[in-house]
Design a protein around this ligand. Structure first.
Ligand code: GDP
Length: 508
């Protein structure tokens, strides 16, 4: 019952409740029903329900399960400073090392193994476009940025942008001072310029490693890789190879033979053939996995990039990959996400409608104000004549005591009954303790417009010999609006008096 309690007690923030307690949608529905909860709360609960159908986050990994993982590196820097050349050289150095030497293919990432056995995963889409795209999705898969600066050119516009991006994402930098084979190369100048942008290299008393390389000739690439591994050790990069798989799509394409394929970086768990994955509104039953040498891969743990075959549709790069327990669950999640997207669109449309309604209500209010100088009877006559059945708007004469007015809406089956009711209500004027404010009256069943008006004015709806469709009743319930429907006039009036007296301060 504590969900129900929480809903009634506005002191309790729904967000503070344990996610587990919100799991049962039927609970929430029941609570809404029982509490006659206000619209605002219904909205909050709806948000909770929305979270529940999607994939629930696994708890953070048990520190005992954590193992050291390889760093994931992005190469950034100004155009023409040698990013592509550096990636190519690093990749080639790897092919030589792996005697097998399959035909390398571009899958978006590749792995370099040092003679010491340490590994590095390089994302091979250079430049900050890829980096920014990942960041925008909130998935930071890069652990280290290698900033390439040409020694003959120095710090340029995109060098500075790269520094800023890395800083914002709190990703540490290693500087690769490139093109050191060139006679006009001046690595010292590069480091001084970098210091001007708060990138202080080791020989200038800072902490940032700077390696002098030639991407073209392949000079000092091993040193660069070693510097990367050293930094990774300092960062103590850890991953959990157990539990459900989590990862990110880094590339996505349709292959003639394989169909929709993605390259994923695994961030948690170990991906195997047969796993069921969801990414965005797509899902996959993993049929095959390949590395950058087009070699079949049996399993992929944290920091490993693999090409995945088995997607039903093509997810976009940057999308988060989450493993689910079954195909059925995957279908459910995808369906749910598509449904929610549809709902969001509808909600946008609903907002437009609501804005229009508000405008409409504002016109009503203005109308009331413009007639403020007239007596109620005159106003009513004026409005009634001008707009039969549309309503009467009677402003409170005592606005200084706003809480002692009771806004009401009167609906009746025929003109005569509405008129009769209004006449009786007029006599309540004599009782000046709490003023009745008839914000609207009319003939016919309770409509959505009545509910909306009641919501705008925080009013109560009284209906005489009229009915309200089930959907209208539900709407009223949802918005927390009182609907008082009667077939006997004195019963209606009794209830109205009761409502009135409940508005009055307790007599002392
Ligand atoms: P990116 O735009 O940063 O990817 O730069 P590229 O890798 O395309 O390199 C731009 C140009 O610089 C190419 O003509 C490369 O051959 C050349 N280049 C790259 N690295 C080196 C290097 O270490 N030494 C020399 N001399 N030229 C290089």
């Amino acid at each position: 019952d504590h969900v129900y309690e929480a809903l009634l007690n506005t002191e309790v923030d729904l967000d503070e409740l344990e996610p587990d307690t919100m799991l049962e949608e039927k609970w929430i529905k029941e609570a809404v029903k029982r509490s006659g909860m206000k619209y605002r709360w219904a909205k909050l609960v709806e948000t909770k329900v929305r979270e529940n159908k999607d994939i629930q986050r696994q708890p953070p990994p048990d520190p005992a399960q954590l193992v050291t993982r390889a760093p994931v590196v992005t190469i950034m820097g100004h155009i023409d400073h040698g990013k592509t050349t550096l990636l190519d050289s690093l990749r080639k150095s790897q092919i030589v090392a792996q005697e097998a030497g399959g035909i390398t293919q571009h899958i978006g990432a590749f792995r370099v193994e040092l003679p010491s056995g340490e590994k590095i995963t390089f994302l091979d889409t250079p430049g900050h476009a890829a980096f920014s795209a990942m960041r925008a999705r909130g998935t930071m898969i890069t652990d280290i940025v290698i900033l390439v600066v040409a020694a003959d050119d120095g710090v340029m516009k995109q060098t500075i942008e790269s520094i800023e991006l890395a800083k914002k994402a709190k990703v540490p930098i290693i500087v690769a001072v490139n093109k050191c084979d060139k006679p006009q190369a001046d690595p010292q100048r590069v480091k001084q310029e970098l210091a001007g942008h708060d990138v202080i290299c080791e020989d200038l008393g800072g902490e940032i490693q700077a390696i002098h390389v030639s991407a073209l000739k392949g000079d000092n690439l091993l040193e660069l890789a070693e510097a990367t591994v050293t930094l990774a050790e300092v960062l103590e990069l850890k991953g959990d190879p157990t539990g459900l798989v989590e990862g990110s799509v880094i590339e996505s394409r349709t292959d003639k033979g394989k169909g929709p394929v993605t390259t994923a970086i695994i961030q948690r768990g170990t991906l195997r053939k047969g796993c069921t994955l969801v990414a965005g509104k797509c899902w996959a039953k993993v049929r095959f996995m390949f590395d950058e040498n087009n070699q079949a891969v049996k399993e992929a743990g944290p920091s490993i990039a693999v090409e995945i075959v088995g997607w039903k549709d093509l997810p976009s790069a940057g999308e988060e990959i989450l493993e689910v327990e079954s195909e059925q669950r995957a279908r459910e999640v995808v369906e749910w996400r598509s449904y929610m997207e549809e709902q969001d669109k509808l909600k946008d449309e609903q907002q437009v409608i609501e804005a229009k309604q508000k405008q409409h209500h504002d016109t009503y209010k203005k109308e009331r104000e413009s007639l403020a100088h007239l007596s109620w009877r005159q106003r009513r006559a004026a409005l009634y004549k001008a707009n039969k059945h549309k309503g009467i708007h009677r402003p409170s004469e005592r606005t200084e005591n706003e809480e002692l007015t009771m806004p009401i809406i009167i609906k009746g089956d025929v003109d005569g009954s509405v008129e009769a009711l209004l006449n009786i209500l007029e006599s309540y004027d004599a009782d000046d303790q709490c003023l009745l404010d008839v914000v609207h009256f009319g003939v016919g069943d309770i409509s959505e417009k009545d509910i909306n008006l009641a919501e705008t004015f925080s009013g109560i709806i009284y209906g005489f010999n009229v009915s309200a469709h089930k959907s209208i009743q539900q709407l009223a319930e949802k918005k927390g609006i009182s609907l008082r429907l009667h077939r006997v006039i004195y019963k209606l009036l009794d209830e109205l008096k009761e409502d009135l007296s409940s508005k009055l301060p307790p007599t002392t």
